[in-house]
Write a protein that binds this ligand. Structure first.
Ligand code: XMP
Length: 509
């Protein structure tokens, strides 16, 4: 299998580089700068990419690499810090610039016939650097510049060494994709015949090697990531896998059964479902404060979960559906720590496994979905919209009771059905019903009613940090409202939430 090595010098976009390479149907593997040169030599890489990094090449503590790596007859592309490192390793000059360059910068291509810049005009690139190259090493020529960066790119075609000061892997670099594909195909001579199926085959092989005949336990939430991890592990080791699924009674209507049916019928594994809705409801009795409710649900969930895991932990492995964005947000490798993420959970000290396995930790969400589809997980699960850990608990305002959970599950099921029928599901990032803590007067037949108010929330967003309320056509909203009032006992009025984020959040509590 042809593959490219992404040699990680601690930048934040390293996985993104690997991902962009994979987008060209060439497998990319990331190794830290501490990886052994002999190990690299033995892998038959078609090319090596030096990543960015937060350091200056002159810092004593900054990551360097054995100079021999540039003489292996393997094409090299240096990016940002990687570009400066190549310059430094080959005796050029790197200096601190008077002005840092950060953000979108106009780049001018000086060498129009460079294979790296084939079909790349003068264009906008994304820069983020303080040091810059002021003198290229012997054998190199300048191939691009910007106003504040005399060497935005350089190359040594005799030795197939290329370097760019900017970040071609981020979408802000207008022709970044083209530059990377020029390196992959024009310089490295890759064919581009890698497919996601190969990721599955390779991962299954290495999971089998690692797990051997031991057991592996996975916490399955029914979300996309843990479901795909479960399917992958099932393919690798079948019933050596035990999935623990905690149903806290706050899932959507019939969702717990759907998850159980999917994994017990379609996949070979031990499936342990812990139904603890009653305990959750009793712990939540009388609690109305949203933060308090979240805290109780979170604490109780992990109590139940780890108690069950404790029963299953007799050596062997613990698996998690952590995906790459969870790792970068938690500060994986040398990337500067950004924030701790809730998807990476800390195991209590008394629970001992041989190791933790995270088979999806190099993939982005859309890649995970692709793997899920290829493994035969139902579309409904693979394309599931985000569902908060505390479940319907953050969509019931005021005290949570069995009766309220039932009303909300019914209303939400109607909404989901109607949105699916109307064909607009793909246009919405997230949509759900909320049970407000309000009752209103209505009239049904000849009777006066005094019943619950349901709110419908639907948003469009790229990243959930900001969101717009979705402009759902009135006729669809009218059908949703009619059906909820007719089909859900205890509801006599429906309103539509027209608040964007900010100032509102997506969830109501
Ligand atoms: P907010 O309400 O913060 O939601 O605008 C943004 C996105 O995050 C989801 N969300 C959560 N997900 N645990 C989760 O796993 C939580 O506690 C949680 N709270 C909100 C929310 O559904 C939306 O997609």
């Amino acid at each position: 299998m042809e593959k490219i090595l992404v040699l990680d010098f601690g930048g934040q976009y390293n996985q993104l580089i690997a991902r962009r390479v994979r987008d060209n149907n060439v497998y990319a593997e990331i190794k830290p700068y501490t990886a052994n040169l002999e190990e690299i030599k033995s892998e038959n890489y078609k090319g090596i990419i030096f990543t960015g990094g937060p350091n200056s090449v002159y810092d004593m503590s900054s990551p360097h690499y054995d100079k021999e790596i540039l003489s292996l007859n393997i094409p090299v592309l240096g990016i940002c810090y990687g570009c400066q490192l190549i310059c430094y390793m080959r005796g050029g000059k790197v200096e601190t610039a008077d002005l840092s360059e950060y953000g979108k910068i106009d780049m001018s291509v000086d060498k129009k016939d460079s294979v790296l810049f084939e079909n790349v005009p003068d264009s906008v690139v994304w820069m983020s650097h303080t040091d810059r190259i002021t003198q290229v090493p012997n054998g190199f020529e300048i191939t691009a510049h910007s106003d504040n960066c005399p060497v935005a790119a350089m190359e040594n075609t005799d030795e197939n060494i290329y370097a760019v000061q900017f970040h071609p892997e981020v979408t802000h670099s207008e022709f970044g994709d083209k530059i990377l594909s020029n390196f992959i195909f024009n310089v490295c001579g890759c064919k581009g015949d890698w497919k996601m199926e190969s990721f599955i085959d390779n991962t299954v092989d290495s999971l089998r090697d690692k797990i051997g005949n031991k057991k592996v336990v996975l916490g399955l939430s029914g979300g996309v990531d843990s479901s795909v991890a479960a399917a992958l592990l099932s393919k690798a080791v079948g019933n050596q896998l035990t999935c623990v699924f905690v149903d806290q009674g706050l899932m959507r209507k019939d969702e717990g059964d759907f998850v159980e049916n999917t994994f017990t019928k379609l996949f070979d594994m031990n499936f342990v479902r812990v139904n603890c809705g009653d305990e959750f409801i009793s712990k939540l009795k009388g609690v109305v404060d949203p933060e308090e409710k979240r805290k109780i649900i979170g604490t109780e969930f992990y109590n139940v979960f780890w108690n069950k895991i404790r029963e299953e932990a007799n050596g062997g492995f613990f698996a998690q559906g952590t995906i790459y964005p969870d790792c970068i947000e938690s500060g994986k490798g040398d990337a500067d720590k950004i924030k701790t993420h809730h998807n990476k959970v800390k195991m209590p000290d008394d629970i001992k496994f041989d190791d933790v396995i995270e088979p999806l930790c190099d993939l982005f969400k859309d890649e995970v979905r692709k793997v899920g589809e290829l493994l035969g997980i139902p579309k409904e699960l693979v394309w599931r919209q985000p569902f908060p850990g505390p479940g319907l608990g953050v969509r019931i305002i005021g005290e949570i009771t069995d009766e309220k959970v039932k009303i909300l599950q019914d209303a939400d099921a109607v909404l989901r059905d109607e949105i699916k029928r109307s064909g607009i599901e793909q246009q919405l990032s997230q949509f759900f019903a909320v049970l407000t803590d309000v009752k209103t007067v209505g009239v049904m037949g000849d009777h006066r009613t005094y019943d619950n108010l349901i709110a419908i929330r639907a948003v469009t967003t790229d990243d959930f940090m900001t969101a717009d309320f979705a402009k759902i056509p009135y006729d669809i909203l009218a059908r949703v409202s009619n059906r909820i009032i007719n089909e859900c006992t205890g509801v006599n009025r429906v309103v539509y939430d027209i608040t964007s984020k900010p100032p509102g959040t997506v969830e109501w509590a």
